[in-house]
Design a protein around this ligand. Sequence first.
Ligand SMILES: Nc1ncnc2c1ncn2[C@@H]1O[C@H](COP(=O)(O)OP(=O)(O)OP(=O)(O)O)[C@@H](O)[C@H]1O
Ligand SMILES: [Mg+2]
Length: 249
Amino acid sequence: MIEVSGISKKFKTKKKVVSALEDVSFSCEDGKIFGLLGPNGAGKTTALRIMATLLKPDSGSVKVSGYDTVKQSTEVRKRIGFLTSDMKLSGNLSPDELMNFFGELNHISKEQLSSTKEQLVRYLGMGDFVNKPVEKLSTGMKQKTSIAVSLIHNPQVIIFDEPTNGLDIISSKVVTDFLKDFKKQGKTVIISTHIMPEAEKLCDTIGLIFEGHLIECGTKEELFKKYSQDSIEDIFFALAEERGLIKNV
Ligand SMILES: Nc1ncnc2c1ncn2[C@@H]1O[C@H](COP(=O)(O)OP(=O)(O)OP(=O)(O)O)[C@@H](O)[C@H]1O
Ligand SMILES: [Mg+2]
């Protein structure tokens, strides 16, 4: 379970102050997939980094399985698997060695580690490259490796920033099927994406974010009914235009 309550975040640069998030609230229960959707610069990664304890909100709070991400960050970290688009894998360690490293860092027993590794490699189709140095892997292979590393401690809450970024349709399906499987296991899944049809297929609840504002949030059925539309993309454009948030469209 994740509960996001009124989070705001500003970034101050030399030239200006950017308001990345303004009073954003939503929640996601166990056994559900929540999708945070919005264009480039909307505030998706900022929101996910706050949930993953990597950034502190200026105001508001986030609870992960009841633990506060600022005051109880160690407890939160044990329970989350975070995939970030910023993590660039390089160097000559192989996916297998990286999984061992992060497994040991998380104090996972040898038996548990080898069974989780075996499952992840099989499920993500990493057999052909699991022992190759990551610097020699393709973008998609690196993305699968990052996903495997983020899940090595079998977290209850999965926070994935653009999980299908750089993946072809086959690999994207592997990842989205994987996320659906987590949902079936009763885990909480939060993803961000700007690919609206993908989110529409995968997510139970959708939050539309634009320029730091969560402009709408609800289940697909609720949103389709409320706006008499049958596509999230159409709802997004209608809302953004209505609020004067889209220029030159
Ligand atoms: N560390 C930072 N310093 C200054 N500004 C930042 C920082 N991180 C994010 N921002 C700004 O905050 C806003 C939101 O950025 P964020 O990365 O959260 O967007 P996003 O929705 O993830 O976009 P994208 O789809 O491009 O990944 C942007 O205007 C961005 O320039
Ligand atoms: Mg981002």
